[in-house]
Design a protein around this ligand. Structure first.
Ligand code: AHR
Length: 308
């Protein structure tokens, strides 16, 4: 292994604690909290020193954090890019410093894929498709229009772009499905509630379906729906993504129809990747997380085994 350029001899490698710099998106959702927890505990279990930063959903903060990890000469940098574009400059700086970069959870849309080693995380387009397929099946006997409102995730983020794309790809097969309003709720409960209030004000009882790009926004919207005197999951069919415990609780309470799973438990996989990279192994460019879909009918049975 020592023959591979840039590697230390195995004996030195064994003694040296690997240092990982991780630039997290923020703490915007239950999903993100579980993701942070998974990364912190996996680093501890793997004996990897973790330098962690929270960018509060701001790209400039993530870039600053990455630059500081480069300056500190960490062994590997990992991050979950808040938005897809605008990363090339800082990634080139990491490459010039010979620090390998791993993307977790969210992708970048850079044309140069030598700027990162691997991207591990969910297939967000497929999540959108799963949400769409569930809706098409549920509404297959409905004759008139199905009016959908959509709560999008953070503007410019991979999950917001891809989930929308996958969902639309499926529902466009039948013109009765109409997205009548679509706006960002920034993946937070507070924003989800606020935007749903505005949707209800504008469209009222015309709304048949809510597609929320994550559970937190759906949970915020459920509050808005109840405050408007409507019954969530009955008057308005609600579909969301993540599969966090809060969503299972909402389904058990009969207020959310379905959640598409998106696993935040990427920590162990990331630590294995860090070790493999430093050992000179070649990793696949894309590592996709396996995920399911949980309608309200199975929520009570599944709840005890949910890990996040
Ligand atoms: O990137 C994953 C998304 O980010 C999750 O669906 C959402 O809850 C989080 O904030």
């Amino acid at each position: 292994a020592a023959a591979v350029a840039g590697l230390l001899p195995a004996s030195v490698l064994a003694q040296k604690k690997l240092v990982l710099g991780f630039a997290q998106v923020g703490a915007e959702s239950e999903w993100r909290t579980a993701n942070t927890e998974s990364i912190k505990s996996a680093a501890k279990d793997a004996g990897i020193e973790l330098k962690f930063s929270d960018a509060q959903q701001k790209q400039e903060n993530q870039i600053k954090a990455i630059r500081s990890y480069i300056a500190q000469k960490v062994d590997v940098i990992a991050f979950s890019p808040v938005v897809e574009s605008g990363w090339d400059t800082v990634l080139r700086e990491a490459k010039a410093a010979k620090i390998p970069v791993v993307l977790t959870d969210r992708a970048v849309n850079s044309k140069d894929d030598t700027l990162y080693v691997t991207f591990m995380g969910s297939d967000f387009v497929e999540e959108g498709r799963k949400a769409g397929r569930w809706l098409v099946e549920k509404m297959k006997d409905q004759k008139g229009d199905v009016n959908i409102v959509e709560l999008q995730g953070t503007v410019g983020s991979a999950p917001a772009i891809d989930r929308k794309k996958g969902f639309e790809e499926i529902i466009k097969a039948d013109p009765k499905f109409k997205i009548i309003r679509s706006q960002t709720g920034d993946f937070t409960r507070a924003k989800g509630k606020e935007v749903m209030e505005a949707f209800l004000k504008a469209e009222g009882k015309k709304i048949n379906v809510l597609f929320a790009h994550n559970d937190d926004m759906a949970i915020g919207a459920i509050q808005a729906i109840e405050e408007a005197g409507l019954k969530p999951a009955k008057d308005i069919t609600i579909i969301s993504i993540d599969g966090v415990k809060g969503a299972f609780e909402a389904m058990i309470a009969g207020k959310l129809n379905v959640t598409v799973e998106c696993s935040p438990l990427l920590g162990p996989q990331l630590m294995n990747a860090v070790k493999d990279i430093k050992a000179g192994k070649t990793l696949p460019k894309r590592i996709v997380t396996e995920e399911g879909i949980f309608p309200m009918e199975v929520a009570a049975k599944e709840f005890p085994s949910r890990k996040y």
